[in-house]
Design a protein around this ligand. Structure first.
Ligand code: PLP
Length: 378
C-alpha cells in the first residue's frame, strides 16, 4: 500500500510511541499531586515546555498549553480571545481558506453576536493583504489565519499579515500552523497564539499544543481544576505531552532536509501529471512541498479516490473532514477554480516516510486510473 494522505494524518514514529509507553509505565503520576512522584511528573512537564521554547527560541512572554489536538487548540484560542475582547473589539477577521476547526468556531461566534469579516484571497490562494488592510480597524479584536493550507498547500505570508494586524493594538493574531510544522519554518514573530496537532508530524492522534503570548489574554472556555494556567482544565496527559515534544524536535530539526526531498517529488509529479490531457495542477506555485492538489475536470473526486484505492494508493479528495461532505470545497471556490475542476480534484500528500519508489509506483498506477476515466474528462 502506498500512503499519500499525510495531510490527513501521518504514521507515528517508533520513538514517539516508545516515549508514550515509557512515560505511561514509569511516570504515570498526576503532576498536580502533592507527593514526591507528583512533583517528579510536574518537573518533567515543565522541562518539556522549556524544551519547546528552546526549540523555537521563544522568550518568556510565551506559554505552552498541551491540548488534545488542533481542533481544541483553535477553539480555546479563538473563543478565549473573542470573549475577552467582546466589549471593546468585537470584530473578527478570517478567510474562507481556513480549516473547519477555525471556520465553524468563527461562525458560532457570529451567532453569538460577534461581527465576522472574510478577507479576500488571491488566485494563488493567498490572503489579499490590501484587502486585509482595508478591513482592519480599532474594532478588530481577532484575526485568524492558517500558515499552510491543508487542501492546496499554499503558504500564507504570516510576517506581512502580522505587520498589518499589529498596527492596531487591540487586535490579536491567531495562526493555525498544523500543516506547517516540519514542512516549513514556523513563524512566531508577531503571532499571539499558534496551534499544532501531533499526528500531522509523526506524533500521535489526540495530542496538540497551543502557544500563547501573554496567557491572561485568554478567557477560559473549559472550567475545572485549573490546570494549564486555568485555560485547559483537566488532568494533564504527561505521556502524550512528552511524546509530542519528541515528535516535534524531530520534525523541526529535519524541516530543511524533508522540504528539499519532498520538493523534488512534488516537481516530478507536477511535470508528470500535467502531461496527461485534462489534468490540471490546482496547488499554486510556491505551495508547501508535501501537498499537491490536482483536478481532472469531468470525473468525480470520489470516483478517482476509489479507483486509486483499488490500486492500493491511498489519497483523498480535498481534506479528511470535507471529503465526505457533498458541498463544493470552499477553499478551491475561494481561489476561483472552476466547479468541474473542483469536483474532480484529488489531494496527494507526502511526508517523511514517502520514498522515491512510492512516487514511481504512484506514477504507474496513475496511468491505469487515467485509462479508466479518460473518456469522462472534459
Ligand atoms: N487545522 C488544519 C489546517 C488541519 O489540517 C487540521 C486537521 O486536518 C486541523 C486544524 C485539526 O486538527 P485535529 O483534527 O488534529 O484536531
Amino acid at each position: 500500500m502506498i500512503y499519500l494522505d499525510n495531510a490527513a494524518t501521518t504514521k507515528p514514529k517508533q520513538d514517539v510511541l516508545d516515549t508514550f509507553i515509557k512515560v505511561n509505565q514509569s511516570l504515570y503520576f498526576n503532576p498536580n499531586s502533592p507527593h514526591q512522584a507528583g512533583l517528579q511528573a510536574e518537573q518533567l512537564l515543565q522541562q518539556s515546555k522549556r524544551q519547546i521554547k528552546d526549540l523555537f527560541n521563544l522568550d518568556n512572554t510565551f506559554d505552552i498549553i498541551y491540548t488534545s489536538g488542533a481542533t481544541e487548540s483553535n477553539n480555546i484560542a479563538l473563543k478565549g480571545i473573542a470573549y475577552k475582547k467582546k466589549n471593546f473589539a468585537n470584530e473578527i477577521i478570517t478567510s474562507l481558506l481556513e480549516h473547519p476547526s477555525v471556520l465553524e468556531v468563527v461562525r458560532s461566534l457570529e451567532d453569538e453576536g460577534f461581527i465576522v469579516k472574510y478577507v479576500d484571497v488571491t488566485d494563488e490562494g493567498r490572503i489579499d493583504l490590501n484587502h486585509l488592510q482595508t478591513l482592519m480597524s480599532d474594532n478588530v479584536g481577532l484575526v485568524t489565519c492558517m500558515h499552510v493550507n491543508n487542501i492546496m498547500g499554499q503558504i500564507q505570508p504570516i510576517a506581512d499579515i502580522a505587520e498589518i494586524v499589529h498596527q492596531y493594538p487591540k487586535a490579536h493574531l491567531h495562526v493555525d500552523a498544523v500543516q506547517a510544522i516540519g514542512k516549513t519554518p514556523l513563524i512566531f514573530e508577531g503571532v499571539d497564539t499558534l496551534s499544532l496537532s501531533g499526528h500531522k508530524f509523526n506524533g500521535l492522534k489526540g495530542q496538540g499544543i497551543l502557544f500563547v503570548r501573554n496567557i491572561h489574554q485568554l478567557e477560559p472556555i473549559v472550567h475545572g481544576g485549573g490546570q494549564e494556567f486555568g485555560v485547559r482544565s483537566g488532568t494533564v496527559n504527561l505521556p502524550m505531552d512528552i511524546a509530542i515534544v519528541k515528535a516535534m524536535k524531530s520534525a523541526v530539526n529535519h524541516t530543511q532536509d524533508l522540504n528539499s526531498r519532498l520538493s523534488e517529488f512534488n516537481n516530478e509529479l507536477r511535470q508528470y501529471l500535467v502531461a496527461f490531457r485534462g489534468v490540471e495542477v490546482n496547488s499554486p506555485k510556491g505551495a508547501a512541498a508535501h501537498i499537491l492538489n490536482v483536478g481532472l475536470a469531468g470525473v468525480k473526486g470520489e470516483v478517482l479516490v476509489n479507483a486509486f484505492s483499488k490500486n492500493d494508493i491511498m489519497l483523498s479528495t480535498t481534506s479528511a473532514c470535507s471529503s465526505k461532505k457533498a458541498s463544493l470545497n470552499e477553499v478551491l471556490l475561494a481561489m476561483g477554480i472552476p466547479t468541474k475542476q473542483i469536483e474532480g480534484s484529488i489531494r496527494i500528500s507526502m511526508d517523511s516516510y514517502t520514498t522515491e519508489a512510492d512516487i514511481e509506483t504512484f506514477k504507474e498506477k496513475f496511468k491505469l486510473v487515467y485509462e479508466e476515466v479518460k473518456e469522462l474528462l472534459v
